[in-house]
Each structure stands twice: as structure tokens, then as C-alpha cells.
Design a binder for this molecule. Sequence first.
Ligand SMILES: [Cu+2]
Length: 227
Amino acid sequence: MKRFAPLAVPLLLAGCDGPASTLAPAGPVAAEIAWLWWAMLAGAAAISLLVGVMIAMSFGPPRETSTRRWTHGWGLGFSLVVLTTLLGAGLWVGERILPRDDGAVEVRAHAFMWGWHFTQPGEGDNMVETDGTLYVPVGQPIDVIVTAEDVIHSFWVPQLAGKMDAIPGRENVMRFQVDSPGTYRGLCAEFCGLGHAGMLFDLVAYEPGDLPEALLPNEPAEEGAND
Ligand SMILES: [Cu+2]
């Protein structure tokens, strides 16, 4: 069985890529979060390694050693330094990705059982409402105001930012930014009933000068033309 273990590595790593992966960041906020993820993995690995070494040593022959060195030095000292560094990194990243008053583009995401209603700026000062697809310009900070109709949902675009709860009667604001145009996978990250698994949406990022058709003022459509 053991010799098949290395084969599992590429398979497991394959799960770290793709449209729903936080480890494939597509914007600065997500990049900070991904960096923090790796830092936490490294910290956890360092402490696990220490524990592993100590377990291995316990199987060896008894040796002259200072208990203090192990309990104070490694047990407390080393672990506290690692955990404090990670806590500091977490606070640093958390502070840097907060929304702030700097004229970011504002969009709204309203969650309901089971779908998403979005409001975003179109041409000029025109606000455009859409269902199931959120349109944002690339290269600019975006503040998404997250609300809910019925129960608690959660707004999540893994490649762009963290999760933000959508709570009825409350407005939660989250910041993100997209580096390059394209379509990104969005989903509800809070179990909200039978239709939860299908509560997906698209986030379409466009060049500011190249407004998608859905954001342009509606031409009077011919009756039944789109059915
Ligand atoms: Cu849900």
C-alpha cells in the first residue's frame, strides 16, 4: 500500500486548482488570503514536525536531557513563536482586506432560496439589476453589500475573496478586486435548504471600457423574441 502513497499526491493536489479553489487567486484580496493559507500550513507543519520528532525520540533509548529545554524551549517557546507569528499574520491580512472609504465601486448581492439577485452600475450612473450573474469592472476595488431575503446564506467567490454571510435584515460589506477579465464561479457557502447545492452564480469581470451587453440600456425587445 505504501508504495502507492506518492501516487495520491498529484491526485490530492489536483483538488487545489480549478474555479472553486482559494489557492488559485485571481485578485489581490484572494492572493493575501492564499498567502495566509500557505503560512498557516507551514506553521502547522513545523509544529507537527516537532511533535513527530518527540514521538520518535520516545521510542529510542533513554537519554540524559533537560526537561526544561523541552517543555519551556520547544513545547512553549517554539510553539508560541509560531502561533503568535501566525496570529500576527492573520491580523495583518485581515486589516488589509477590509473595505474602506476610498470610492470603491459598490454592488449589491441579495440572496434568497435559492438564487442571487444582483445590482451593479451600468452605463453612466445607471444601476442595473440581474439574476444569477454579477458584473464588475477589473482592476478596481469592489465593495459588495450582501443581504438576504429569507434565511442565512453566504456570498463566496473562492478565487476572489473570503466568504461573507448574507443575513436577513442586515447589510454586510466585503471588498474584493479582480485582476483580469473572465467568468468566475460564485456559490452559496452556508447550507440554506434543499436547493443550496444549486445556488451558484457567475461573476463576470470586464474591462471598464468594454461594458457587457447585459449592462447596456435595454433595447425594446421584440415580443417573445427571447423565449
Ligand atoms: Cu445556501
